[in-house]
Each structure stands twice: as C-alpha cells, then as structure tokens.
Design a protein around this ligand. Structure first.
Ligand SMILES: Nc1ncnc2c1ncn2[C@@H]1O[C@H](COP(=O)(O)OP(=O)(O)O)[C@@H](O)[C@H]1O
Ligand SMILES: [Mg+2]
Length: 228
C-alpha cells in the first residue's frame, strides 16, 4: 500500500542545507496500522508529509496504492489525495471562515461523489462520532484546541480514505476524549480497512497500532511489532 525507498529531505535553513531525513525505507501493507514515534525534531511530520504526497522528497520515491507520486503533476497529486488519502494535521489546519460542518464537507466537495444531502448526513455523523454533534455550526475560533483537533479527525475520514495519515491526533486531547478518538481510529482501520500511519507520543495509542517505527535524527532506528 505504501512503499518508500531511499527517502531524503533536505531543507535550506539560513542559507545552509539541513538534511532532516536520511535514506528512509519503509513498506506498509494494505490495512496496516503503524505508529511512528520519536523525539521532537526527529523528522516525523516531514516523513508523514512525504508519504502522503503533501511534499516532494529531495531524493527517493514514494509509491502509494501502486502510484509513483513523483510521476504526478501537483494537480494530479491533489486529485489523488482527494480520492484516496486522509490527513490529520498536527496544527489542525481548519479553514477559519468555515464552520466545523463545512470544514468536514470540504473533502467531500473535492471528491464530488455523492448527493449533497448524503454528504451533509455523513459530515454530521462524523462530527457526532468525535463528540461534536452540538458544535457543527461553530467556527474554529469558537472551538478549543482539542475540539478543533476532533474536527480535523472527522474531516480526514470524510472521503472514506484508503490511507489515513494522522500527526499526533490525540496530542491536544484529554485522556477520555483521546480514548474516544483512538477507538474511532481503530474501528475505521478494522471496518473500513483503512491503512493507517500515525505519529504519536501517546503510549496508549502506539500500543493499539500493530507496528511501531522509531525515528531518531531523521533515521529509522527501530521497526517492530507493537507491544499489544
Ligand atoms: N520547512 C522547513 N524548513 C526548514 N527546516 C524545517 C522545515 N520543516 C521542518 N524543518 C526541520 O526539520 C526537522 C524535523 O522536523 P519535523 O519533521 O517537524 O519533526 P517532528 O515532527 O519529529 O518534531 C526539525 O529540525 C525542523 O526544524
Ligand atoms: Mg511533528
């Protein structure tokens, strides 16, 4: 489902090149559930962005669901993501001028699949499942960080992605709400057969994954079945 080979990412930092990922090789089977862990600054967010096709690597290749991302134009990559990929951003990235419901509807509009009424029902249902059924008409500034994160989770599932990436999806949640989101992720991995890659510092969430990949200073230093 995901095959990354010899991935390298180098940024220009104050005019000097800074390599933040070194020769990453990673394969994730269909319906796999992988937690990526590691200290702050180790390259987790950068890796997720490359695997999801949000950014292009300096070197190396990513194949997602059989498609070499480098072979696609920017527009085609966006269309590919709209069709098959969901992403929960560490910094939420909600559109401030849209309500919670409208934010969740964005991927459905990009995919232009079902009838509008059906999309509305699905968006409402997803918001209810993350505990925000009563807040669907609120704007991001009217929501707490944890609530915005849950809107981001609902939005990531809206297009029924084959592959879901989530960057610290429980990082802004209290323990109880975090467990609700973890249950939702596990359920979608099982029922919707979604392949999932998530970054987390949360031991409860890492334990629910089937495999844990550990990054340190931009390299994979361990790749093992999870303790669960
Ligand atoms: N756009 C960028 N330009 C320059 N440096 C960046 C950029 N994005 C990330 N970095 C650097 O890359 C390293 C890895 O960052 P990141 O992937 O966000 O790590 P993590 O998610 O593990 O905390 C950090 O040193 C960060 O400062
Ligand atoms: Mg990060």
């Amino acid at each position: 489902m995901i095959v990354a080979e010899h991935l390298e990412q180098t940024y220009l930092s104050g005019g000097r090149p800074l390599t933040v990922l070194h020769d990453i090789n990673l394969t994730v089977e269909p319906q796999g559930f992988v937690a990526v862990v590691g200290p702050s600054g180790s390259g987790k967010t950068t890796l997720l962005g490359l695997l999801a096709g949000l950014d292009r690597p300096t070197r190396g290749t990513v194949r997602l669901d059989g498609q070499d991302l480098a072979a696609l134009s920017e527009d085609d990559r966006a269309a590919f993501r709209a069709d098959r990929v969901g992403f929960v951003f560490q910094t939420f990235q909600l559109i401030p001028t849209l309500t919670a419901l409208e934010n969740v509807l964005v991927p459905l509009e990009l995919k232009r699949g079902g009838a509008a009424g059906e999309d509305q029902r699905r968006a409402h249902d997803l918001l209810a499942r993350v505990g925000l059924g009563e807040r669907s008409h609120h704007y991001p500034t009217q929501l707490s960080g944890g609530e915005q994160q849950r809107v981001g989770v609902a939005r990531a599932f809206a297009n029924r992605p084959k592959i879901l990436f989530a960057d610290e999806p429980t990082g802004s949640l209290d323990a109880e709400t975090g467990h609700g989101v973890i249950d939702l992720l596990v359920e979608l991995n099982r029922e919707a057969r979604t392949t999932m890659i998530l970054v987390t510092h949360d031991p409860a969430l890492a334990a629910r994954a089937r495999r844990v990949v550990r990054l340190s200073a931009g390299a994979v230093i361990a790749d093992e079945p999870s303790a669960s």
